[in-house]
Design a protein around this ligand. Structure first.
Ligand code: ADP
Ligand code: ADP
Length: 233
């Protein structure tokens, strides 16, 4: 079964000065349970691809299927529902709210969708424990290390139990040992059957995934084992 299928995806940004083709004819399948890294130089289209996969933007042409659902045919409301319930997002800069506690940050998606309840609070507490922050639930993000903040963000991304996680340079702001811890956590989530796709500049991070897709100038130039990606970069 496929978590996602990307078919000849193209994205063109129109500017007053002309247009930029950010993605050209990119095709690949993501089987359920896969762990994919996206690599490529700056400007190669990685952010654009992640935005499309995250249903944050629409392609100029081509197809994107989540499971068997054709994302291109969905309304904006349906896309918002997909983002909230079927996808989890993790960012380089964590994107936590500084005034909220760890637990409140984890609960935030439920707050937005009006689903806060006693049982949801217990679920968020379990998620905090799950990422190793059971004794920090009342702390503010500022009181945590970068790695701990990213754990909060990962717990928040899991709050609606999505099967597919999208991560944009999740270790880009972390040192080597913290990077390894976060990759361990992501690997555990992958071993539970969640599909993960992350963007990274670091070959050492890509090596811990199952498969690497390399973009250059908006085109897919490599799709295979991480070890083979170095030659393509
Ligand atoms: P990365 O750190 O992945 O290389 P970039 O610095 O290229 O990302 O882009 C950061 C954000 O800025 C992206 O979300 C992208 O949509 C936006 N962006 C990049 N280039 C442009 C541009 N020429 N005009 C407007 N927005 C851009
Ligand atoms: P990467 O993430 O690999 O750095 P991006 O997807 O950010 O690459 O950018 C791919 C190309 O598209 C670049 O040439 C960038 O300048 C351009 N681009 C990205 N976002 C925008 C945007 N919102 N408007 C115009 N151009 C953009």
């Amino acid at each position: 079964k496929l978590a996602a299928s990307i078919r000849q995806l193209c994205k063109e940004y129109r500017l007053s000065s002309g247009s930029v083709v950010a993605l050209r004819d990119v095709s690949f399948d993501v089987p359920e349970g896969d762990f994919v890294s996206i690599m490529g130089p700056s400007g190669s289209g990685k952010s654009t691809l992640l935005n499309l996969l995250g249903c944050l933007d629409r392609p100029t042409s081509g197809g994107y299927f989540l499971g068997t659902d054709d994302v291109a045919r969905m309304s904006d409301d349906q896309l918002a529902d997909v983002r909230a319930n079927r996808l989890g997002f993790v960012f380089q800069s964590f994107n936590l709210l500084p005034a909220l506690s760890v637990l409140e940050n984890i609960e935030l998606p439920l707050h937005y969708s009006g689903q806060l309840s006693r049982t949801s609070r217990q679920r968020c507490e379990r998620l905090a424990q799950r990422v190793g922050l059971g004794d920090r639930m009342d702390h503010r993000p500022m009181q945590l290390s970068g790695g701990q903040q990213q754990r909060v963000a990962i717990a928040r991304s899991l709050v609606n139990d999505p099967r597919f996680l999208l991560a944009d340079e999740p270790t880009g702001n972390l040192d080597t040992s913290t990077t390894a811890e976060i990759l361990d956590l992501l690997t555990e989530l992958n071993n539970e059957g969640r599909t993960i796709l992350l963007v990274t500049h670091e070959p050492e991070v890509a090596d811990l995934t199952r498969r690497t897709v390399v973009l250059r100038d908006g085109g897919l130039i490599y799709d295979g084992p991480p070890t083979g990606a170095r030659a393509a970069l």
